[in-house]
Write a new protein. Structure first.
Lengths: 291, 441
């Protein structure tokens, strides 16, 4: 009987410890919360304060991102792609190297720009101050911001002049680093690996279809596209290619991908003039049908 | 002024109070919230009053502009329909009503009891990317329906947010819209300034609180800080069929918003409604012939608007300078001679509506409104005849906030006085108290 009591106590203690650890892992304590509400953001001359954003977050963000910032708001179950879990401190749209925290300005730009093809709209009707405060509030959810500093922003060389050679070279880069495995030979997001892609929380995720939109999740400009290659989209299968391709090659890839998008562009016009078709440039022509 | 005319004036005043409540529908669409998974508070300061994000959503043609706005992206089961209804208890009191049994011919009438504010059935959204629509089927408390709004809109033509064209019956593009009003009572539900008609004037047009049939161009900057619009309106006063004449008016509005640090985003703007409408009708057997309006004369309403934030406190300010041609001011058809000395009716007015947004779920409201005649149509008429003072206080409490439905407990008191509006020519005063549920889903 005594032995059973001892065992019972041990089990209870273990359960309590596991519960405590789970609590402290997943949720901030009240002391943590109060301390982190002192979090600030700095964007240019703006200083955002987490404590000032509580009402704004509750009004605009909590339905998807949840009270705890864990991406488990009441609407999360209906949304695809799922809302960001701020407690992980992992963000797609950064100007910093892969694996590092973004700059405050990266988060600020994301809030104002929104994330295309998702439920995250551009929140640019909010004032600059409100957005800066929200950046601080987003940061306060993750302990990473307490223990780490944001990464160094990558260097982006000036954009070269687009030429037919560069577009063709971009197509070769597309093959060389096997973008087609996910994005498909024609850039429609239907590569052989596309169906099995998951994010770092093991949720299905789609590869970008370049024919579907003129905008990317992390911006609309050539520079934004360059940045996406070189920083990667953390939390997704899209890696950083900064160790695999040179800056010139990255620009070539930008020009090639621009030629695929559904908009009028210099790249598209040049590709049309030289008869460049999406796909593997070295692929053998299809055999003539047998008579 | 004859006693019959005074009686008419007070009847028109009382009818306008009732009408202002009957048409006081507002557009808050949980159908949009369901589509996008956003809470009511994302678009509404407190529903149905829009905040800056909600205004931009509306200006984009009910689109978030995330390349997922077209209905093809929605689950097949999604149906963009919303219903709104308001059951309530209210008390209405008017101090001087013409009563046959009263020794003086008039007495105070007070009535109270349970009631309902009619039903609105709203549907809106996108038919395809950058093609949007809205219809609002609105009933009175006896379930008699009419089309409050029916319009389609081509959005972002040539990829520009400055080119949006809408046709049908729609809410005028006033940045302080009565259709987004938070007040509900007979005496305070509508903005008097948006429906004002001088005593003795018969121009029912120019009520900028009413939805109108027409064609609107609207443009805005990417973040909606700058907005401008122009609308060509028919002379049907929002009614179906061509009842009046071949006359048109225009409604123009513009505004600019700017950030003021931690205080919030401030907006200032203007509006103007100018045009011509008929002064009389051809008749058949004494009855007006539809489309037989004649003798078009001019009217105008113009003013400034402002929305000013001081953190949780905001002020909506609207001014108006109004003018009706002498024929309207004296209720004279253009084929008849004007009374001696007849001239335009001219007035000025303003209101300030203040909100204290304690949280997205609790908002306190007050509105103070004043209208002053500066020139009567007939010389010698009391200079203050028809002047209006209106005060409203209330709050709305929404016990929950999600993206599926809106529910508010609403409590409001309103008081209004019209100078010289009583049957005996003295001031006419009314008051309303309302406690009720206001919900949509």
């Amino acid at each position: 009987m005594r032995r059973m009591t001892t065992n019972g106590s041990l089990i209870l203690t273990a359960v309590a410890m596991v519960a405590f650890c789970s609590l402290s892992w997943g949720q901030m304590t009240e002391a943590d919360e109060n301390q982190r509400l002192g979090m600030e953001s700095h964007i240019g001359k703006l200083t955002g304060r987490a404590a000032d954003a509580q009402g704004t977050y509750r009004r605009y963000c909590v339905g998807c991102h949840g009270v705890l910032g864990d991406g488990e708001g009441e609407n999360a179950q209906w949304i695809d792609p799922k809302p960001r879990n701020f407690t992980l401190g992992i963000f797609k749209c950064r100007s910093t190297t892969t694996g590092t925290l973004p700059l405050d300005s990266d988060l600020y730009d994301t809030i104002g720009r929104g994330l295309n093809s998702s439920n995250m709209p551009p929140w640019n009707p909010l004032s600059a101050q409100q957005r800066a405060d929200l950046v601080a509030y987003v940061k306060h959810f993750s302990a990473r911001w307490v223990t780490e500093k944001p990464g160094e922003p990558i260097q982006i060389p000036p954009e070269p002049e687009v030429t037919a050679e560069r577009i063709k070279a971009g197509q070769a880069v597309f093959q060389k680093v096997e973008c087609w495995k996910c994005h498909g030979q024609t850039g429609r997001g239907n590569g052989p690996s596309a169906a099995t892609l998951t994010d770092d929380q093991n949720r299905p995720i789609q590869a970008f279809n370049f024919h579907d939109s003129v905008r990317f999740k992390c911006g609309t400009t050539d520079t934004d596209l360059y940045r996406i290659f070189m920083t990667g989209l953390d939390g997704t299968p899209m890696p950083s290619w900064s160790d695999n391709i040179k800056p010139d090659e990255a620009w070539d890839l930008v020009f090639y991908l621009r030629s695929l998008q559904p908009m009028k562009s210099k790249e598209k016009e040049i590709a049309r003039q030289i008869g460049l078709k999406p796909g593997a440039p070295s692929a053998a022509p299809a055999p003539a049908p047998q008579q | 002024m004859t006693s019959a005319r005074k009686r008419l004036a007070s009847s028109v005043f009382l009818a306008s109070l009732i009408l202002s409540f009957a048409v006081g529908d507002a557009h808050a669409l949980p159908a949009f919230a369901r589509k996008y998974g956003l809470r009511c508070s994302a678009c509404h300061e407190a529903w149905p009053m829009l905040n800056y994000f909600g205004q931009k959503f509306k200006d984009n043609g009910y689109q978030l502009m995330n390349d997922r706005d077209a209905p093809i992206w929605q689950n097949n089961g999604y149906w963009p329909v919303t219903m709104r209804i308001t059951p309530f208890w209210h008390r209405e009191s008017t101090d001087k009503v013409a009563v046959d049994q009263a020794p003086s011919g008039q007495q105070q009438i007070t009535a109270h009891g349970f009631d309902v504010g009619g039903l609105d059935i709203l549907s809106g959204g996108t038919l395809d990317k950058n093609i949007s629509f809205l219809f609002v089927l609105s009933s009175d408390e006896n379930a008699l329906f009419h089309f409050e709004s029916v319009n389609a809109r081509l959005d972002n033509l040539f990829g520009s947010p400055w080119l949006n064209v809408k046709m049908g019956k729609f809410e005028l593009d006033n940045i302080v819209s009565e259709k987004r009003g938070l007040t509900l009572t007979s005496s305070g539900g509508g903005f008097q300034l948006y429906h004002f008609i001088p005593v003795g004037d018969n121009n029912i047009f120019g009520q900028i609180g009413d939805n109108q049939f027409g064609l609107e161009w609207m443009g805005h900057s990417a973040n909606d800080r700058t907005r401008i619009s122009a609308a060509l309106l028919g002379s049907s006063d929002g009614n179906v069929d061509l009842l009046n004449s071949n006359a048109y008016s225009g409604f123009f509005a513009g505004s600019q918003a700017f950030d003021v640090g931690s205080l919030g985003t401030q907006r200032v703007g203007f509006y103007a409604m100018v045009g011509q409408v008929p002064t009389g009708f051809l008749t058949s057997g004494g009855a007006p012939i539809a489309g037989g309006g004649f003798g078009n004369k001019t009217f105008s309403r113009e003013g400034f608007t402002g929305i000013f934030y001081l953190k949780k406190l905001d002020f909506q300010v609207v001014t108006q300078h109004g003018s009706d041609n002498a024929y309207f001011a004296t209720s004279t058809a253009a084929n008849n001679a004007l009374p001696a000395g007849a001239r335009s009716a001219v007035w000025n007015g303003a209101f300030v509506e203040t909100h204290y947004v304690y949280s997205p779920q609790l908002i306190f409201i007050q509105r103070s409104e004043w209208i002053r005649m500066s020139q009567q149509g007939i010389p010698g008429t009391a200079s203050n005849l028809g002047n209006i003072d209106n005060y409203v206080f209330g709050y709305r409490y929404m016990p929950f906030m999600n993206s599926r439905a809106g529910f508010a407990w609403h409590n409001e008191y309103a008081w209004i006085r019209q100078r010289g509006g009583a049957p005996d020519g003295t001031d006419l005063t009314s008051s309303s108290v309302l406690l009720g549920f206001d919900f949509d889903f």
